[in-house]
Design a protein. Structure first.
Length: 301
């Protein structure tokens, strides 16, 4: 991807209110804008495009660090009434993307959450989260905290096609195991499962088996969602790597999301793998089946 420029921006607000039925979080936050993981399927590409970078190649090499994020969060938590509502961290960009090694924004945000005893869940493909095991334990002493690792497939080809800038899946599982062995509730979400690529019973079972062997505390799954902006980028990658699947995707994704019948069939496979390997769902913070368009808008800030 070449050299990645990290810009510094100042935010006026950090917490985003989520008012979407079926989503158990009322608040989300993102320490960064843009992401070097370069996931071809990323559904927030259009949201980033509206702020400047295009949803294509400009999306990846432009990352913005919200340098005053911890201070703004402290101010916002002081103003809010206390409901102990959990905060979801990392919905529009990965909070442990490489810029975090320099800026420490996610680490400092976790320290603020511990100060205010605020529950939190972190979603990530990054392995730098291992660095923050001390702060996560500090937060875990006063509030519920969990780390959700996104691992859609163990296949190297799928990883390199769909998430070329992200750490390899095994490294993510090893980071998860490290957290669990140090007292942090961490698990896996298979996201997204890709039709004809990573949605087979064999692929799902392999991820579930690896999650169990690395001591995952829960296992969830989410299906591919293709909205304008992400659709074009993903379909271009698909045509280059899996041309035979392009007609099937065109039929399956006439809309942004796959048909309910397909969703139910995949859900049954995931449920069977979960039972086989003794992995519970991530309830009570399970994301649920909120309308994808509403969820995208709520989480993309």
């Amino acid at each position: 991807m070449g050299v990645v420029a990290v810009g510094e921006v100042y935010c006026k607000t950090l917490l985003n209110r989520i008012d979407v039925p079926g989503v158990p979080f009322r608040w989300s936050l993102n320490p960064y804008r843009g992401c070097r993981h370069a996931c071809r399927y990323c559904f927030v590409r259009p949201a980033h495009e509206s702020r400047g970078p295009s949803a294509g190649r400009e999306f990846e090499p432009r990352v913005f660090a919200k340098v005053n994020a911890p201070q703004v969060l402290r101010q916002e938590l002081r103003r809010q009434r206390w409901h102990r509502d959990p905060i979801l961290i990392g919905t529009a960009s990965d909070p442990y993307e490489p810029a975090e090694a320099e800026y420490l924004l996610t680490r400092r945000i976790l320290q603020v959450l511990a100060e205010f005893e605020r529950p939190a869940a972190i979603t990530t493909k990054g392995v730098l989260v291992r660095r923050d095991v001390d702060v996560l334990n500090e937060l875990g002493q006063v509030a519920d905290v969990r780390v959700i690792f996104s691992v859609g497939s163990l296949d190297d080809r799928v990883w390199k096609l769909t998430e070329p800038g992200a750490p390899n899946p095994l490294s993510r599982l090893e980071a998860m195991q490290f957290l669990v062995e140090n007292g942090i509730a961490a698990g896996v979400v298979m996201a997204p499962l890709l039709p004809g690529i990573s949605d087979s019973s064999e692929s799902i079972d392999a991820v579930a088996a690896a999650a169990a062997s690395h001591h995952a505390k829960f296992l969830e799954a989410k299906l591919l969602f293709l909205n304008p902006g992400s659709r074009e980028r993903f379909m271009s990658s698909l045509e280059a790597a899996y041309p035979r699947l392009v007609p099937a995707y065109a039929r399956l994704y006439r809309r942004n999301y796959a048909p309910q019948e397909y969703k139910r069939s995949v859900s049954r496979v995931v449920a069977e793998a979960r039972r086989k390997w003794g992995l519970p769902a991530s309830s009570p913070w399970q994301i649920g089946q909120a309308p994808q368009r509403q969820l995208q808008l709520a989480l993309s800030a």
